[in-house]
Design a protein around this ligand. Structure first.
Ligand SMILES: C[S@@+](CC[C@H](N)C(=O)[O-])C[C@H]1O[C@@H](n2cnc3c(N)ncnc32)[C@H](O)[C@@H]1O
Length: 213
């Protein structure tokens, strides 16, 4: 599929399955107004995360990398009423925008935003393990550590999902340190015997692994 046809296909999926409501559009508007980088997931990727969460009845979820809380809101909406989503963000500017996003989307009660370096927050979160779902979408050089944490802290049947598995072609023809880091992460995921893994070719690639028994 050429680039233009792929764009149209993504638009087609979005219109059928992943239309944004007022709250999701508001969040993206706030992100722009606050000059946050335009690096959130796309609507059809949010829908995929919801679908994966519901497939395994995910109730306890960790997200690494909040930004304005756009992906967080997609995921929070797939939780049952007693579900909990911990989202980790090191930038206090991003965290402040995200808190407003959660209020605007009326999902604050199901979300705990942990401000600070993800490595520190994850250390604290281990006490709440096991988790059902871990979504990684932060610094690429941290992905291997986040994968190791997920392996230790997911329940059997739980899913680890990592955004930007393709890095817009950068993992096939790496140029930057982040491209090489992502390449290493994908290779580690493929070699990991405790996970049943692949890359879903949706958007910028979602690397996924299910923890085996
Ligand atoms: C790609 S954005 C997240 C996008 C968000 N998941 C979405 O789709 O709406 C990555 C975020 O991770 C945060 N981040 C990067 N490194 C981090 C770290 N070591 N600990 C916590 N957050 C980090 C950045 O500040 C940024 O807000």
């Amino acid at each position: 599929m050429d680039e233009n046809t792929l764009k149209q296909a993504n638009q087609y999926v979005t219109e059928l399955f992943a239309q944004e409501d007022e709250a999701l559009r508001w969040i993206q508007g706030e992100a722009l107004r606050n000059e946050l980088p335009p690096i959130s997931i796309q609507p059809f990727e949010g829908r995929l995360l919801q679908w994966l969460m519901r497939l395994i009845d995910a109730r306890k979820v960790v997200e690494i990398g909040t930004l304005a809380g756009y992906s967080t809101v997609w995921m929070a909406r797939a939780l049952p009423a007693d579900g909990k989503l911990y989202t980790l963000e090191k930038s206090s500017k991003h965290a402040n925008v995200a808190r407003e996003s959660f209020r605007h989307a009326s999902v604050s009660a199901r979300i705990e935003l942990m401000e600070g370096n993800a490595q520190d927050s994850l250390r604290k979160l281990s006490a709440q393990a096991p988790f059902d779902f871990v979504f990684i979408d932060a610094d690429k050089t941290g992905y291997l550590d986040y994968l190791a944490w997920a392996l230790d802290n997911l329940r059997v049947g739980g899913i680890v999902a990592a955004h930007n598995a393709f890095r817009n072609g950068g993992t096939v023809q790496p140029k930057s340190d982040d491209d090489y880091a992502m390449q290493k992460f994908n290779a580690a995921l493929a070699a990991e015997k405790r996970l049943d893994s692949t890359i879903l070719s949706v958007g910028d690639g979602l690397a996924v692994g299910t923890k085996k028994g």
